[in-house]
Design a protein around this ligand. Structure first.
Ligand SMILES: [Zn+2]
Length: 372
């Protein structure tokens, strides 16, 4: 039986698929474009509904009276902040030590490496009417694929379930779902999604299931060398031995270690995402052209509470120059600012240094006192 009808508006010339409802009267006013006074005309009966009304530029989609329009936010591209602090692409790590480490001390930082590439996935669409608590078998989508996945073992599939577009989590809470985990004690049979609470919504409920593989990750260890008094290298932190950070009423001393990014190019693949291991340490940041006034004393990248989805370092090339940049959400604001402990007294800058305009300058978002 064909369950859907395709209706087209005589005025705005857009079409919509609706369930055939022989028990209720439905007015034929246009429910596609907001404010359109056209009438809907039946084009054909169909066995499958289109996913949604295709949006059109310049018109607002119809919505039921009293409902609020979903605010469509423009997608903001994640800002990436350069981690380099000097001409040699120095990455500077601050690590706490109780006593000053020797001048040949090193700090090894382990990072998980994930390729920044789209991954293969399979998508299933199920449309269900009335109450249901399990999803299995052949999908309602056009390809008529049978739902198959293996959510256990060495390389388990990642199962994402969306009910009417809202993502559900895997788990034991009432609103979660469960899948077969390879053990006989689980409640879900293989290749089946079991909702802990039956889904009972009026009309048709669309369940989208996306099956993909976890992105493979490897690990790389970066060796940071202790900063030493060496006038030959140019960089914002080359003359800095340690920084003092104010934490819970005390100034804690963090010693600086540096790694030149070009020394590790053989170990890193371009376009990879790096997630540092969690530890009490932070990266220091600087603006170009990396003079002593270009240090950020109030913004650092702390290696705590990082999330692989949101806070990571991306290693890639801009205009064929390799760079390591960190997502803006990984930045941490400090107040009061860091105090810098220097090797040599820094002379006053007496000649003007040209700033670099083509860079992203971040500001601390901590507001002290009333905002004007
Ligand atoms: Zn219309």
């Amino acid at each position: 039986m064909k369950k859907y009808q395709r209706l087209k508006c005589a005025t705005c010339k857009r079409d919509i698929d609706k369930l055939v409802d022989v028990t209720h009267y439905t007015p034929d006013q246009c429910t596609i474009t907001l404010g359109c006074e056209g009438r809907l005309q039946l084009l054909e009966y169909r066995s499958n509904a289109g996913i949604a009304v295709a949006p059109e530029v310049g018109v607002t989609d119809w919505r039921p009276r009293g409902s609020t329009a979903a605010q469509s936010k423009p997608i903001q591209e994640e800002q990436l902040i350069g981690l380099e602090t000097g001409e040699l692409k120095q990455l500077v790590l601050a690590v706490p030590f109780a006593t000053a480490p020797a001048s040949d001390a090193v700090v090894e930082l382990e990072l998980a490496v994930i390729a920044d590439a789209p991954k293969a996935f399979r998508q299933y669409v199920f449309r269900k009417e009335g109450s249901f608590s399990t999803i299995s078998g052949v999908e309602s989508g056009l390809e008529k694929k049978a739902l198959r996945f293996t959510a256990y073992g060495a390389t388990p599939d990642v199962i994402e379930v969306f009910v009417n577009g809202v993502k559900r989590e895997q788990g034991t809470d009432p609103e979660d779902f469960q899948v077969f985990t390879g053990s006989a004690t689980g409640s879900a049979p293989p290749n089946t999604i079991v909702f802990n609470t039956p889904i009972d919504a009026p009309g048709v409920t669309q369940v989208d299931i996306v099956v993909s593989k976890e992105a493979a990750s490897s690990a790389v260890t970066m060796t940071f060398l202790r900063n030493v008094a060496d006038g030959g290298r140019s960089g914002a932190y080359e003359n800095v031995s340690y920084v003092d950070r104010f934490m819970e009423g005390n100034w804690v001393r963090y010693y600086l270690f540096t790694l030149d990014l070009d020394d590790v190019t053989s170990e890193l693949k371009l376009n990879s995402i790096l997630v540092p291991q969690e530890r009490d340490a932070f990266f220091l940041l600087a603006r170009q052209p990396y003079t002593k006034v270009d240090r950020y004393g109030d913004i650092v990248v702390a290696l705590e509470d990082l999330s692989a989805e949101r806070d990571y370092i991306k290693y890639y090339a801009v205009d064929s120059v390799t760079t390591a940049r960190v997502t803006e959400s990984a930045l941490t604001n400090l107040y009061p600012p860091l105090r810098f402990g220097k090797f040599a007294i820094e002379s006053t800058i007496k000649t003007a240094t040209a700033g670099v305009e083509e860079q992203l300058v971040v500001d601390g978002r901590v507001i002290i006192g009333p905002d004007a």
